[in-house]
Ligand binder design. Structure first.
Ligand code: UDB
Ligand code: ZN
Length: 184
């Protein structure tokens, strides 16, 4: 079972590396890792288990955060409109995106960052993602608002980018160009 001690923290070089494409079909141990990543997110949102194991309530996790430099990520959350997103994804790729941007009005944090970093993180408002799921099927997902933000945060980890790399250093709270706030 994955717990917080398995999650690498900022300063670890794996978090700045571009992760490697995963060859398909998925090997058994990669599949197991991805399933465990999804299970960690579920456990972390379970009141009893999160308390017992001291897990931060996670909505997304990328393989590099476990020290594994492979293009795999898991998400588990629901958005404002109660849409459920629960996926283990391999080789996810943004195939199109809006020009319009968005940002979380409360800023972002990260399971790999044990401090608060103030500021807005500009993200695309809408994205379309192609990936392979745990069943080995290709999936195409159209995401907007909060869901788009979570997926982009995890995709960034696969490219060695941390959320604070995207915060404006001169003025962390500048509103990104043509951006609407996301209040989830
Ligand atoms: C998170 N969780 O998992 F709206 F029940 C964050 C942490 C860093 C605070 C643990 C989170 O936002 N939880 C949450 C939000 C809700 C309702 C709820 C729980 N991540 C994922 C991460 O670090 N992945 O690498 C950070 C998010 C910031 C923006 C998108 C992902
Ligand atoms: Zn993160």
């Amino acid at each position: 079972m994955i717990t917080m001690k398995d999650i690498v923290r900022e300063g670890h070089p794996v978090l700045t590396q571009v992760a490697k494409e995963v060859k398909l079909p998925l090997k058994d141990d990669d599949k197991k890792t991805l399933e465990e990543m999804l299970q960690f997110l579920k456990n972390s949102q379970d009141e009893e288990l999160s308390e017992k194991y001291e897990l931060r309530a996670g909505v997304g996790l990328a393989a590099p955060q476990l020290g594994i430099s492979k293009r795999m990520m898991a998400v588990h959350f629901q958005d404002f409109d109660e849409n459920q997103y629960s996926y283990g994804l391999i080789n996810p790729k943004i195939v199109s995106h809006s020009i319009a941007q968005t940002y979380l009005s409360s800023g972002e944090g990260c399971l790999s960052v044990d401090r608060e970093v103030p500021g807005y993180v500009p993200r695309y408002h809408k994205i379309t993602i192609k990936a392979t799921n745990l069943e080995g099927n290709e999936v195409k997902l159209k995401l907007k608002g909060y869901a788009a933000i979570v997926f982009q945060h995890e995709l960034d980890h696969l490219n060695g980018v941390m959320f604070y790399d995207r915060i404006n250093k001169q003025d962390p709270f500048t509103i990104p160009e043509n951006a609407k706030a996301c209040d989830q």
